[in-house]
Each structure stands twice: as C-alpha cells, then as structure tokens.
Design a protein around this ligand. Structure first.
Ligand code: UDP
Length: 196
C-alpha cells in the first residue's frame, strides 16, 4: 500500500473499501498484530510535539487519514490522498465484513458501560460479528495490564481501543507482543457514537 508523508508521518493512501479488504486478508496471514492509527490533525500535531508519540506512529503498520484536515493537508502538499478513512467507519466496516462464526472482536475503552452498550448495538447491527468481551477505559476491569491479560486469553481477531490519543496508541504498542492474527486499532470516541 502506497504511503504519503505528512509532516514526516506516512499516511496510507488507499480507499476505505480496499483498506478493509487488505487488512482482513492480512489478519489471516500475519502472525504479528497489525497496528492501525486513525489520525486526525490533533494526532499529527501531537506527534510533532512529542517524539516518543511520533515513534509510535512510525512503528504502526498503518496511519490512515481519519480527519478531513489530514486529507486537505495532503492536497496542499500536492500529494493527494484517495479518500478520508474515518476510524468510526472502519469500526462499522470491520464488523460488517466479519466472517460468521469466525471473526471475533474486543471493545476496550470509554466511560463505564459505554463499550458494553456499543457492543450490544454492534451485535444488533452485525449479527455475524462475535464480540467476545469489553472493558471500560477507566479501570472498571483493572489497569491496562490487567485488561491486556484478559484480552490475551481470548485472542480476538480485532481489538478496538478507545482511550483517546496518546493513551490508545501507547497501550497498543505496549501490549502488541501478546497477540497474533489480530488487528489493533485506536478508535477514539467511536464507542461513544456507536452506543448513542
Ligand atoms: N477515554 C478512556 N479512558 C481515558 C481517557 C479517555 O476510556 O483514560 C475514552 C473517552 O471516554 C472517549 C475516548 O477515550 O470515549 C476518547 O475520545 P476522544 O473523542 O477524545 O477521541 P479522539 O479525539 O482522541 O479521537
């Protein structure tokens, strides 16, 4: 997949449809997890201010243009992106593409009850997707390590992490070694929207 650099961050240049197709196929073949950052301009600016966070973005497999500001930035730099790929739409896209009886999901993050509510909504919308668990992002299921151990035992194919930036990318980087054949994606406020 081609990448377009924006302020030194390589942004994956593809369409939402192609991105989902490629990642779904890579989950099956990759025994290392696939780390995805859904970047808005705030995330890109945070990377400029914080070299450690920038490194996390550079070490991710994909940074996609979640915000329209990133798409506009690419156009101004004369390296246009094919389209905006919002994290919230990827959440729906991966659930929709789940192979019935096979693909499993874990929802981590948001205020107490929000991930569970979002999971309930997701199962209504996409009965083919099996959501094997959820945890809030405020310690209801323990700290990040405890939640990671809980998820590790389940080995889901998709882990959606809604802790906001930079926490979600930090948690993904710290715990990625626990998983294989897994997509790990930071999804910001997606559970808030899905649950509402
Ligand atoms: N959040 C969380 N734990 C925290 C801080 C934030 O679970 O310690 C959640 C928060 O409830 C919200 C999400 O992280 O659902 C961040 O949403 P935001 O809209 O800030 O995301 P972003 O703008 O980073 O995409």
């Amino acid at each position: 997949m081609k990448k377009v650099p924006i302020l030194n961050i390589p942004i994956s240049n593809t369409t939402k449809h192609q991105f989902i197709e490629e990642i779904v196929s890579n989950i099956q073949t990759n025994d290392t997890p696939i780390k995805v950052v859904t970047a808005n301009p705030e995330i890109i600016m945070l990377a400029k201010e914080n070299p450690r966070y920038e490194q996390l973005l550079l070490e991710s497999d994909h940074v996609v243009a979640d915000g329209i500001g990133v798409v506009i930035g690419a156009k101004m730099l004369d390296t246009p992106l094919q389209e905006r790929i919002p994290g919230y739409e990827l959440v729906h896209g991966f659930l929709e593409n789940a192979a019935p009886g096979h693909d499993t999901f874990y929802f981590y993050g948001g205020k107490p009850g929000i991930a569970a509510e979002a999971a309930k909504k997701a199962m209504e919308l996409y009965p083919q997707a099996k959501i094997v668990g959820c945890s809030d992002g405020y310690g209801g299921d323990g700290d990040g390590d405890t939640v990671a151990q809980k998820i590790e035992a389940l080995q889901p194919h998709h882990i959606f992490v809604a802790l906001g930036a930079p926490k979600q990318e930090e948690w993904i980087a710290e715990h990625a070694h626990r998983f294989s054949h897994t997509l790990m994606m930071g999804v910001g406020g997606s559970f808030d929207v899905l649950s509402g």
